[in-house]
Ligand binder design. Structure first.
Ligand code: PMP
Ligand code: GLU
Length: 397
């Protein structure tokens, strides 16, 4: 009999991926399901990036690469950090990995051991907690509700720090709330961080370019916390390259070396062809993303306006990423055909079964009152999905 490890038994499956899988299965059975569950752009990778990959293959960039990535890739990433984020990293401080997910896992495994505390502001992206659990760390959740635009205050951070705190992980723009920390808000968090020199912060900036509030602000730009911050980014979201699998970090040298050591044993390096394609993406002027950002912004308006028409739903105004995270707690306790909706899990299942729209329960992101809608879909699809959601919710009483 196979006995799986304790580590695996305590780990939750990724709720975002699980819901996407469930809707694929229902579609395969012939059901007309609209999936707004997965955080994945519906655009295709731009042609010039595909051409760079084809050139890489034709030029035989098909062998193992240096563990942290080709030097010209790391130089392009260093340039990007300087150009877009006002952060100076040398190529030695950069490690490219098989997606930002692996970048985060490398950092957590490098820093966190048994019983170390990791501060995770909630709502959080589903994988942070599970990766910390694999490292046998202890997640310390700091709750930020809709009334504070789902952002924590410096005081909350200060109160969560103990002598066992090793790490904090957060994203801005945030998955699942779309909230964006302004430069001033980050500066105020940095004032707390610098008082605790042993604390390291993973600043996950993968949605950097999908920001409707103006300029993106990076935590590591502040020199007094530069040595405490690992900046995570990648090409999945902005460049519609989710399947290519490339993420990267800029980090203090010691952490970058530790991540390379781990990666050298786990995956050797990210895909050689993807690395060359990524150079093309990073060298392109980010203003070429204008049309995509414009499309996301009008989709956000559409979803927010439709949600306003549904009595009982509360939302913030997400300033980035491609998610809306409405509070749906007004529907808890209501019933349909003898079934009572007790929580966000029940509501997500009800909407899947009744409206044939797949969303993700807020519980997976650390907020029991909410549900996540990914609006990385066409306006037509979104209109149909919102119509179905509204009429299904109207059946509850
Ligand atoms: N961070 C956040 C906040 C995300 O939403 C995602 C989604 N995929 C990732 C990291 C990982 O991205 P990837 O592994 O595709 O680079
Ligand atoms: N990050 C995306 C999401 O939150 C993709 C799925 C995943 O990697 O979990 O839906």
């Amino acid at each position: 009999m196979i006995e799986l490890s304790e580590r695996l038994k305590t780990m939750e499956e990724s709720a975002t991926i699980a819901m996407a899988q469930k809707s694929r299965e229902l579609k395969a059975k012939g059901l007309d399901v609209i999936s707004l569950s997965l955080g994945e752009p519906d655009f295709h990778t731009p042609q010039f990036i595909k051409e760079a990959a084809i050139d890489a293959m034709n030029n035989n960039f098909t062998s193992y690469t240096p563990v942290p990535g080709y030097l010209d890739l790391r130089e392009a990433i260093a340039e990007k950090f300087k150009r877009d984020n006002n952060i100076n990293y040398t190529p030695e401080q950069i490690v490219a990995s098989t997606g930002a997910k692996q970048s985060i896992a490398n950092v957590v495994l490098s820093l966190v051991g048994k019983g170390d505390e990791v501060i995770i502001p909630a709502p959080f992206w589903v994988s942070y907690i599970e990766i910390v659990k694999v490292a046998e760390g202890k997640p310390v959740i700091v709750n930020a509700g809709i009334e504070s635009d789902f952002k924590i205050t410096p005081q909350q951070l200060e109160e969560a720090i103990t002598s066992k705190t090793k790490l904090m992980i957060f994203s801005s723009p945030c998955n699942p709330t779309g909230s964006v920390y302004s430069k001033e808000e980050l500066r105020a968090l940095a004032d707390v961080i610098k008082k605790h020199p042993k604390l390291v912060v993973i600043s996950d900036e993968i949605y950097e370019h999908i920001n409707f509030s103006g300029a993106h602000a990076s935590l590591a730009q502040f020199e007094d916390v530069y040595e405490q911050v690992v900046t995570v980014n990648g090409v999945s979201k902005a460049w519609a390259m989710t399947g290519w699998r490339l993420g990267y970090i800029g980090a203090p040298l010691e952490i970058a070396k530790a991540c390379s050591k781990i990666q050298g044993q786990f995956t050797s390096a990210p895909c050689s062809i993807t690395q060359k394609a990524t150079i093309a993406a990073l060298k392109a002027d980010p203003s070429v993303l204008k049309d995509m950002i414009h499309a996301f912004k009008s989709r956000r308006e559409l979803v927010l306006n439709k949600l306003k028409e549904i009595k009982g739903i509360k939302t913030n105004t997400p300033e980035g990423a491609f998610y809306v995270f409405p509070d749906v707690s007004a529907f808890f306790g209501k019933s349909f055909q003898g079934e009572t909706i007790k929580n966000a899990n029940d509501l997500a299942m009800f909407l899947l079964n009744e409206a044939h729209v797949a969303l993700v329960t807020g519980e997976a992101f650390g907020d029991k009152n909410c549900i996540r809608i990914s609006y990385a879909a066409s306006e037509e699809t979104l209109k149909e999905a919102m119509k179905r959601i509204k009429s299904a919710l109207e059946k509850l009483n």
